[in-house]
Design a protein around this ligand. Sequence first.
Ligand SMILES: O=c1nc[nH]c2c1ncn2[C@H]1C[C@H](O)[C@@H](COP(=O)(O)OP(=O)(O)OP(=O)(O)O)O1
Ligand SMILES: [Mg+2]
Length: 197
Amino acid sequence: MELVLATHNKGKVAELAPLLAPLGYHLRPQSDFGVPEAAETGLTFVENALLKARHASQHTGLPALADDSGLCVDALNGMPGLHSARYAGPGADSAANIAKLLEALAEVPVDQRSAHFHCSLVLLRFAEDPAPLITEGRWPGRILKAAQGSGGFGYDPVFYVPQYGCSAAELEPALKNRISHRGQAVRALLERLRAEG
Ligand SMILES: O=c1nc[nH]c2c1ncn2[C@H]1C[C@H](O)[C@@H](COP(=O)(O)OP(=O)(O)OP(=O)(O)O)O1
Ligand SMILES: [Mg+2]
């Protein structure tokens, strides 16, 4: 059985593939089907995940899984949050988003740089599934004063992980998946699927 990963983000695909392996689906990124990017017009992570999953499922006629996620910084009242991917403007890359974040926090001391990643996952088990499975994950940390590390994607180089004393970009991929917002949300999804048979 095929499952479309309703994302254009290769970093997410790399993380989701091992996390979803227990499901036994043949995972197909939406680019395999030429699915165009969905408009993320929702006001919440879960709305955007629903929009992306539905868009990919309608386009392919297959089951689809979407991840909408972002970095919420307490000193910025939760920004960039829902707008994380386009914080520095439409089509901004991670370097530009990180530069804007570090600038916005330039005067904020270390003890006030707390933040968390949020992930909402939506699984449509078949096209037109009227009862999508929805799970969430949350990963607390704080924002560094400068980027460090080269792994992961997005804001990982500036996201400090206190338990490991390094940035998320310095974690082995398997370790990041064990503790991250995305790992938590996928494990919750697997539990729901097991519970529902
Ligand atoms: O583990 C993570 N490590 C670092 N950064 C992360 C992570 N998880 C989400 N993020 C950031 C990347 C992007 O700035 C935003 C997600 O935006 P979001 O719209 O969900 O994803 P996206 O536009 O990159 O791909 P797509 O919408 O096709 O799934 O949060
Ligand atoms: Mg997006």
